[in-house]
Design a protein around this ligand. Structure first.
Ligand code: ZN
Ligand code: ZN
Length: 154
């Protein structure tokens, strides 16, 4: 199974192969600022699953160091249209080979089978008007890739 995606202007195109490690809604303030929305809907993958097909020159990386965990998150966006696409956290040994892909940039349909969140992070920061989803595992903060793969939560 592979999924294609792009930024809003289409300059950056990518393909991601195989199943995500998890699908996550993140309610942290940094994800809100980065997307300009109420939360960020992230696909968690290994970096080896992601292939950028076009637009390398349009990708710029913002080093987001003001994070709750204290580790720097590298957030990639399109310099032409501003779409948030990818984030990595190489400072954090538990996530160093993983990549977060903003699911809003994926070419998906509305069906739950294509992309439904399995987990929610930073629920302590969730907007009060937004009720918790059914069938998600929730965490107050972050989870390590290892815990996600094991299916445990804190
Ligand atoms: Zn773009
Ligand atoms: Zn976040």
């Amino acid at each position: 199974m592979s999924i294609t995606g792009s930024c809003l202007c289409g300059a950056i195109r990518y393909e991601v192969s195989g199943s995500p490690i998890s699908t996550i809604l993140c309610h942290c303030d940094n994800c809100r600022k980065a997307t300009g929305s109420s939360f960020m809907a992230n696909g968690f993958y290994m970096q080896s699953q992601l292939r950028v097909l076009a637009g390398h020159n349009s990708l710029k990386v913002y080093q987001d160091s003001a994070t709750a965990s204290g580790s720097t998150v590298s957030r990639s966006f399109c310099t032409n249209c501003g779409s948030s696409l990818f984030a990595t956290n190489k400072d954090n040994p538990l996530a160093k080979d993983a990549v977060i892909i903003a699911s809003g940039t994926m070419d998906l349909g509305p069906s739950a089978a294509e992309w439904a969140p399995q987990r929610e992070f930073f629920c302590m920061r969730r907007r009060e008007w937004l009720p918790p989803l059914e069938n998600t595992q929730t965490s107050q903060m972050l989870e390590s890739v290892e815990n996600i793969q094991k299916g445990t939560s804190c």
